[in-house]
Ligand binder design. Sequence first.
Ligand code: FAD
Length: 409
Amino acid sequence: MVGQKKVIIIGAGPSGSIAGALLQKKGYQAVILEREKFPRFSIGESLLPQCMEFIEQAGMLQAVRDAGFQLKTGADFLHNDKHSEFYFSDKFSPGFNSTYQVQRARFDALLATEAQRQGCVIYWQHQVLGADFSGDQPMLTVADEQAVTYQVEADFVLDASGFGRVLPRLLNLESPSNFPVRQALFTHIEDRISCGRYDRNQIRIIVHPDITDVWYWLIPFSNGRCSLGIVGEPDVFNAFEGNQQAFHALVAQEPTLSALLPNAIFDTPINSIKGYSANVSALFGKGYALLGNAGEFLDPVFSSGVTIAMKSASLAADVLDRQFNDQPVDWQRDFAEPLQKGVDTFRTYVTAWYKGGLQDVIFYDQQQPNIKAMICSILAGYVWDESNPYVKNSQPRLDTLVELCRTTV
Ligand code: FAD
């Protein structure tokens, strides 16, 4: 098409593929440059119902439904003898009541294939090395699969490079996160959890018996395997001789995990990622915007990463559409601020989780159903629904609730 606008997207993770498909739907040429060859491993396997809305917008819902991923209907929190379940069907906000627990290698490959099906072009093993936004059009320097470098121009660039954080690094946009450095150790296991002992449709979040800012995730997949991870400050892991030993010792310290996994086969090396929380000084600039983790990443505890990544893709595609149609756009007002609103709600809840207040709320045994439904909405990722008072005034509302739960225990 003569004069068709071309958007280059760096990275084919969830934010890149969703952005690519949405831009194709709006009539633009989306080109993704992806450093790796898919399928490739990625962490971030527990989705939230809110992200199903973006998958639907991008025309990928049926493909995701047909893929046979493990259904996810809620979250199950445990700490010693305390236990609290949240079912997404009880949530306050309208919208999806379930989602999936996904092996990201397969999930990301599926989204990328769906984006391609809609006309998005993907160059695999093309790594973006440089970016120049000083001219009329953005210009990227790229190394192809033979390590031959070339330059390519676009009408706009979306950085969806995740922890690669291509433009934040190249343009000096990196800014420290407010969260302390935390580390996650994780692996995939053949879980051999016997039937009836565990609802595989729920992610399980377990607080360490004694150290309340250390927690475990157990994310069952549909093939009899689970993702198992432990999150804490690095000192917790450094007390052991290496990650392997730390992982097994910490799993053994948690009685419900040990009881669930007596026959599990640990057949995959323990992986580690440290200092993953990140921020930037600006989410956009002349000729570019940052999506997903290339912008900000908070923390894994509420499985918010993929949902935020897809929300950023959806917002950016809308703003670009208006910009390409010569309508007035304000990236701060139309992209950064609306995105940030939801991110800030998650931030409030993540902060309160590690300080302990949110754990007191979650394990409070006299929860009023209407308030639990509002908290459940946030756990389902509906953090942009301002009709929920716990979204609209997240900090004061949560502070009051924490106080109430603590004084009436
Ligand atoms: P990514 O998925 O990281 O994709 C970025 C892509 O860009 C990659 O394919 C990469 O190869 C490519 N790329 C990078 N550099 C370049 C380059 N120079 N040129 C070309 N391509 C490049 N989120 C959840 O929703 N649920 C969870 O349960 C969850 N658990 C997590 C647990 C941990 C320990 C951590 C650290 C994070 C977790 N997350 C979770 C967050 C989740 O991993 C991310 O938020 C999500 O993957 C972000 O998607 P994205 O599209 O922004 O980037």
